[in-house]
Design a protein around this ligand. Structure first.
Ligand code: FUB
Ligand code: ZN
Length: 659
C-alpha cells in the first residue's frame, strides 16, 4: 500500500443513491420542477422543433420531419447555440434517469433524440443553425459561431444518455459528427488547423474517448488544446478568409477566448470565464490522461491565479459584464458582479479534474465553495426560476422612483423563468442531477470521500465490493456517520476529506479515536475493514467571520459570514432596508438555529448586531464636527446566500460592515 494519494477514478453516480438530506431535496426539486420547466421553455421557444430544420423548409426545402409536439413553432429562427441547450438538457435528463427511472421522460427523450438524429446531414454534419439558416457559413467562423461548443454539449449528452440507458443512437450520431470534424480539422496537411472560440468540445471529447475507447477522440481533444494560440493565429487566418480585418475583432483581444498565446505558456485566468473554465477542464483532462507535465504546470499556475486573485467568496468567477469574464487581480465588485451561474458550474468541472491531476483537497474545497453558493444561487428554491448573474449585493432600482429606464438599467433581482441566451438553466440541471458523481473516488487501494451528504454507495476498491452508508445533516451540521459493509473482511484505505474551512475535528472508528494527520487534506485510515464498522467524523462548524484580502477594495472594512461551506447574506425582508448601515461588531453574539419551515429547512444565523443611525441635519453631506452618527442595537438575521431572492425582492449583502 502506498503512502501517497494516486490518480483517482470517480465513482459513477450510478453507484450512489442520494436518499435523504440536502442534496436529496435539491435533486427532487430539479426532477420535479427544473427539468419540466426547461422542457416547457425548450418547446415554447422553438428549441425542440428547430431540429426539424423548418427554417429550411420555409425556404422551400421540405424534408418531412415529424414533430414530437402538438403545436410546432416552426417559424422561429434558430440561434447558433440552441444545440447546446438541447445537449445540456438531455444530459440533465440522462443523469436524472440514472438515479430515478422515469419511463415517460425516457420516451420523450428518445423521441427528441430521433428528431436530432434526423437532422444529421449525409456527411455527418449536425447543427441546427448552419444546416437550416446559413449552410454557406459552416465552419467559417469558429471564433464566434460556437459550432464545436454545440458539438461538445451534444457529445456530453450522448455519453450521458448512453451510460444512463445503454441506448447508442445519440452516441452513434455524435461519433459520426465528431469523425466528420476529425476528417476536416487536425495537424495533417490539407486539414484546417483550427479550434473553437468557445472551448467545451475538448472536455467532451475526453468523455467520448472514455465511453468508446477510441483513442482518436482523445487525440482530437489534445490537438485542439495544443493548437490553441499557435502562430499564425487561426482566428486571424479565418477572419482574412472571410474578407475581414482581424484587427477589427469585436472582443479586441484573443485573451477573451484564451487563444492569445499557446496554452502551455498561459499562467493566468483570463477572458470569458465560462470559456476559460471549460478550456482549463479540458487541459487538466489531457494532462492527466497523457502525463503531460508542461500542461499540468500551466493548469496549476492558472488555478493558483484564480484562487489567489479572482474568486468570489461564493465561488463565483468573472466579475465583468463587458466580457462576461475576468478583469484584474482583486477586482471583485459586489453589486455589479457578473459571476455567471455557468462559470461556477464550469469551475466545479475544472476543480474535479484538477483533483484527478494533482490529488489535493484544496481543489475540492473550491469545488464545494462553488457548489453550495454560486451554483445553487442560480436556481430558485422550488426550481423553476434562474439567475444568470449572481451578485453579492443587491440594491433594486425599481422603487420608489418609478421607471428609470434610459438613465440606469433597472435592477429587479428576481430570478427569471428563462433567458434568450439560456445557457445557465440546463447547465444547472445537469450538475444538480449528477452531484452523486462527485462524492467518492478510488485509486488502487483507497476509497476517498470528498463530499459529505446522506447517501448509500456501492463501490469496488482493491478488488473488493464495499458498501458505504453516510448519514449526516451536512451542510447544516458537521457530524457525519459512515457505515462500512464489505463482502468479506479485508484491507483498504478510506480517505476522509477534512474540508479547508474546518479548523478542528474528531474522528473515531468503532469508538476508537483516530489521530492520523491528514495527507493533502485527507485522513487516510488504513485497516482491515469488517461489515458494520462505524466511522464518526465530527467537523467543528462555528460561524466564521471572514476577512477580505486588503486589496479587495470593494470589501474593505467588511466581513462575510461563513459556516461550514455555506456563505451567508442578509436580506431586506428579514432586516429592513439600508443594509449598508448594518454593522456586525467584532464581539457580536451570533447564534445558529435551524429553521425547518424556511426553504424546507436551513440554518440561519441570528446576530446581536447594530445599525448606524443619525438625526441627519439635512443635505447630502455634513461636516463630522457637527453631525453625530450613533449606533443602536439591532437584531440581524443572515440566511444562506444560495437561498436569497426567494421571498419579496429587496436589498441583499454578503459583505457587511464591521465598524
Ligand atoms: O456563448 C455561450 C454561452 O452564452 C456562454 O458560455 C455564456 O457566457 C453565454 O454568453
Ligand atoms: Zn450561463
Amino acid at each position: 500500500m502506498t503512502s501517497s494519494i494516486q490518480q483517482n477514478t470517480p465513482v459513477s453516480l450510478k453507484n450512489v443513491v442520494i436518499d435523504d438530506g440536502f442534496w436529496s431535496q435539491r435533486q427532487a426539486n430539479n426532477r420535479e420542477h427544473t427539468l419540466p420547466a426547461i422542457k416547457h421553455q425548450m418547446e415554447k421557444t422553438g428549441r425542440v422543433d428547430a431540429w426539424k430544420l423548418d427554417y429550411k423548409q420555409e425556404q422551400g426545402k421540405k424534408d418531412g420531419h415529424t414533430s414530437i409536439l402538438a403545436q410546432p413553432l416552426s417559424k422561429v429562427k434558430p440561434h447558433i447555440f440552441w444545440d447546446s441547450d438541447a445537449g445540456k438538457w438531455i444530459e440533465a435528463a440522462a443523469y436524472s434517469l440514472t438515479t430515478h427511472p422515469d419511463a415517460e421522460l425516457e420516451s420523450y427523450m428518445d423521441s427528441f433524440i430521433d428528431l436530432i438524429a434526423s437532422a444529421q446531414q449525409p456527411d455527418g454534419y449536425l447543427n441546427i443553425f448552419f444546416t437550416s439558416v446559413e449552410p454557406q457559413n459552416k465552419f467559417k467562423n469558429l471564433r464566434d459561431w460556437h459550432e464545436f461548443y454545440d458539438a461538445g454539449h451534444l457529445t456530453e449528452a450522448a455519453v450521458a444518455y448512453y451510460e444512463a440507458t445503454g441506448k447508442r443512437k445519440l452516441l452513434d450520431v455524435m461519433c459520426r459528427y465528431i469523425d466528420y470534424i476529425d476528417s476536416m480539422f487536425g495537424a495533417e496537411e490539407g486539414k484546417i488547423h483550427g479550434y473553437d472560440g468557445h472551448p467545451e468540445v475538448e472536455l467532451a471529447l475526453v468523455r467520448l474517448y472514455h465511453a468508446t475507447g477510441n483513442q482518436k477522440y482523445l487525440n482530437l481533444s489534445k490537438y485542439f488544446i495544443d493548437e490553441r494560440g499557435q502562430q499564425p493565429l487561426f482566428f486571424d487566418q479565418e477572419a482574412i478568409a472571410r474578407g475581414e480585418d482581424p484587427k477589427q475583432y469585436w472582443a479586441k483581444t484573443y485573451r477573451y477566448c484564451q487563444a492569445h498565446i499557446p496554452v502551455r505558456q498561459q499562467d493566468m485566468a483570463t477572458g470569458h470565464s465560462v470559456r476559460a473554465a471549460y478550456l482549463y477542464s479540458g487541459m487538466a483532462d489531457i494532462a492527466a490522461e497523457t502525463g503531460d507535465e508542461e500542461l499540468k504546470q500551466a493548469c496549476l499556475s492558472i488555478w493558483d491565479d484564480l484562487n489567489q486573485h479572482h474568486l468570489y467568496i461564493t465561488g463565483g468567477l468573472g466579475p465583468a459584464h463587458a466580457n462576461e469574464g475576468f478583469t484584474v487581480p482583486y477586482d471583485l465588485p459586489n453589486e455589479t458582479a457578473y459571476a455567471e451561474t455557468c462559470a461556477a458550474i464550469a469551475l466545479v468541472f475544472w476543480a474535479w479534474r484538477m483533483f484527478k491531476l494533482d490529488p489535493d483537497s484544496k481543489y475540492i474545497d473550491t469545488m464545494e465553495r462553488a457548489l453550495y453558493n454560486n451554483v445553487l444561487s442560480g436556481v430558485s428554491h422550488e426550481g423553476s426560476h434562474f439567475f444568470y448573474a449572481n451578485p453579492l449585493a443587491a440594491f433594486p432600482y425599481i422603487t420608489p422612483h418609478g421607471n428609470w429606464s434610459g438613465i440606469v438599467a433597472e435592477r429587479d433581482y428576481r430570478r427569471s423563468e428563462w433567458f434568450d441566451c439560456a445557457c445557465c438553466p440546463p447547465n444547472l440541471a445537469r450538475l444538480v442531477a449528477s452531484v452523486g458523481g462527485y462524492i467518492y473516488s478510488t485509486d488502487a487501494d483507497t476509497l476517498y470521500v470528498h463530499l459529505y451528504t446522506a447517501n448509500h454507495a456501492d463501490i469496488t476498491v482493491n478488488n473488493r465490493s464495499v458498501k458505504i452508508a453516510q448519514q449526516t445533516e451536512y451542510p447544516w451540521q458537521g457530524q457525519i456517520r459512515l457505515q462500512v459493509d464489505v463482502d468479506q473482511p479485508g484491507r483498504f484505505r478510506l480517505g476522509l476529506r477534512i474540508p479547508g474551512w474546518c479548523r478542528s475535528y474528531t474522528l473515531k472508528v468503532n469508538g476508537q479515536a483516530v489521530t492520523t494527520a491528514a495527507t493533502k487534506g485527507y485522513v487516510l485510515i488504513d485497516r482491515e475493514w469488517s461489515s458494520g464498522d462505524e466511522i464518526i467524523l465530527a467537523l467543528d462548524m462555528p460561524v466564521e467571520r471572514v476577512l477580505p484580502h486588503p486589496q479587495i477594495r470593494h470589501d474593505v472594512g467588511n466581513i462575510a459570514l461563513q459556516r461550514g461551506p455555506v456563505v451567508y447574506c442578509i436580506e431586506e425582508v428579514d432586516n429592513g432596508d439600508n443594509l449598508a448601515n448594518v454593522i456586525i461588531p467584532p464581539d457580536a453574539r451570533m447564534i445558529t438555529t435551524f429553521e425547518p419551515d424556511l426553504f424546507d429547512g436551513v440554518s440561519v444565523i441570528n446576530i446581536e448586531g447594530q445599525r448606524a443611525v443619525a438625526d441627519w441635519k439635512g443635505g447630502l453631506y455634513q461636516p463630522e464636527s457637527v453631525q453625530t452618527i450613533t449606533r443602536t442595537p439591532a437584531a440581524i438575521k443572515a440566511i444562506p446566500y444560495a437561498f436569497w431572492a426567494n421571498r419579496q425582492p429587496g436589498e441583499m449583502r454578503v459583505w457587511i460592515r464591521e465598524n
